[in-house]
Design a protein around this ligand. Structure first.
Ligand SMILES: Cc1cc2nc3c(=O)[nH]c(=O)nc-3n(C[C@H](O)[C@H](O)[C@H](O)COP(=O)(O)OP(=O)(O)OC[C@H]3O[C@@H](n4cnc5c(N)ncnc54)[C@H](O)[C@@H]3O)c2cc1C
Length: 422
């Protein structure tokens, strides 16, 4: 590693990679990509579903359709997606329209958790071949408030002309500290709160025709991250709580005939000003208390009867598949979820059951919570996501994206700003 680079990029998720490729292929600037883990830790590594149609992943406040599609074509050149077919969805679209629900038609590709590390390793190797310096297992600890310098975990200090911060969502508190150091103002962000549904594929057959159906319901509820084929649910540790999430393996794996997907409601807190991240954390902590330190699950049949699920709910003859998340604790959704969120999500699930009859089979499992927090949103001083002369913040952490492809696009846009100056 040198002691100075023209550009340093912090984070090797899709936002950081998008920036690194754009620089490597369009300039002679010296570039260092720093990643604290052995491999980038976000969605590129997990499941890696890529959406190639606006507005999925692109917040309206930063993007329009024309620009997004130009940049998505650039993303495709690096990720080489094999787009999934969408077949026979007209009948679902018509049913949805009748009840005020929208089914988006989105171009998608899926890599699978078992294949994504190879994709990332190949991308990193390509960057190195393009003379980008890559420092893995190297954490950026802090920035200097006065010098264009950063300090790494081993104490080394490196200087730069331009710094691109792309730390993702999980490190929102670290990013907030850096924004405070740099004197960058920011505002609170939304939080998505919801459940993850697990059912047999025969109860949600739309996935045979449309890999990850994007369905928008009234009251800011939407389906998110559908997994099928060889699908399972995991719990992820956040600071103080667990959130559930879904995965699926690539097509090379034996099918388990289960489907899982999230139903999320977006919450934007206004006055009195409360943090979206804190709200999500409080709800997550409450589930920790009620479940003895885990997440809860409830069968739809029990939920409809107004009774909690118990361990034996998952063994009777009607309940004909085992939950894939073994550490989830049988419980009562209504006890742990705020009424407004529960009402809107349950109403949306009933609408979904009208469009795709069967999804609310009594055996279907509802897992809670699935919480998506976003970092506080920086105030940008130009359209290239610059927050201060020479400093750019991109990706999900900055609220400029909500998915792999849009995060990559945000990296391209920041570099367009640097190239313009250079
Ligand atoms: C489990 C999971 C599954 C997902 N699945 C999908 C999916 O299938 N499709 C989809 O579109 N989106 C998915 N997402 C969302 C997706 O991860 C994000 O939209 C996308 O990765 C955002 O890209 P990013 O580059 O902004 O951040 P990230 O991908 O989160 O990358 C940020 C990187 O910065 C590193 N970093 C953070 N702080 C520092 C530091 N101080 N020093 C050095 N390195 C640092 C982190 O280790 C991380 O590797 C998923 C998210 C998760 C958590």
């Amino acid at each position: 590693m040198n002691s100075h680079y023209d550009v340093i990029i912090v984070g090797s998720g899709p936002a950081g990679l998008g920036a690194a490729f754009k620089l490597a292929e369009n300039s002679n600037l010296s570039v260092l990509l720093v990643e604290k883990k052995t491999i980038s830790s976000g969605g590129l590594r997990n499941d890696c579903k890529q959406n190639y149609t606006f507005p999925v992943g692109f917040p309206y406040e930063h993007w329009n359709k024309e620009e997004a599609h130009v940049l998505l074509d650039e993303v495709k050149k690096h990720l080489n997606p094999k787009l999934e077919e969408r077949l026979n969805i007209d009948k679902y679209v018509k049913r949805a329209e009748k009840i005020g629900v929208e089914i988006l038609s989105i171009d998608q590709a899926h890599v699978g958790t078992d294949k994504s590390s190879k994709l990332i390793a190949d991308l990193i190797a390509k960057l190195e071949a393009l003379h980008v310096s890559v420092a893995l297992k190297t954490e950026v600890k802090k920035l200097s408030s006065t010098q264009k310098e950063l300090t790494l975990s081993d104490g080394e200090i490196i200087s730069f002309n331009h710094l691109i911060l792309a730390p993702g969502r999980a490190d929102y508190d670290w990013l907030q500290e850096q924004m405070d150091t740099l004197g960058v103002s920011y505002s609170d962000n939304i939080v998505d709160i919801g459940v993850r549904i697990e059912t047999k594929e025969e109860n949600y057959p739309i996935v045979r025709d449309y890999y990850d159906p994007k369905i928008l319901f009234p009251n800011k509820v939407r389906t998110f991250c559908t997994n099928s084929g060889c699908a399972h649910i995991v719990r992820e540790k956040y600071k103080g709580y667990y959130s559930v999430n879904g995965h699926s393996l690539s097509r090379d794996n034996e099918r388990n005939n289960l489907v899982n997907f999230a139903m999320l409601k977006t919450i934007r807190l206004t006055e009195p000003v409360v943090s979206g991240q804190q709200f999500g954390k409080i709800l997550g902590e409450m589930v920790m208390q009620l479940s003895g330190g885990s997440v809860i699950m409830q069968r739809v049949g029990d939920f409809r009867m107004g009774s909690r699920s118990k361990e034996e709910s998952f063994n009777s003859d009607l309940y004909d598949f085992e939950p894939t998340l073994k550490s989830a604790v049988a419980g009562d959704l209504s006890l742990s979820m705020p009424a407004k969120i529960l009402r809107d999500i349950w109403k949306s699930l009933k609408m979904l059951d009208t469009i795709i009859p069967g999804v609310l089979h009594p055996s279907t499992i509802i897992y809670y919570p699935e919480i998506k927090t976003y970092s506080n949103k920086p105030y940008f001083i130009n359209e290239y996501f610059m927050v201060k002369e020479g400093y750019y913040i991109i990706g999900d952490g900055a609220g400029t994206s909500r998915g792999i492809t849009a995060a990559w696009a945000s990296g391209i846009r920041a570099v367009q700003g640097i190239l313009k100056k250079s």
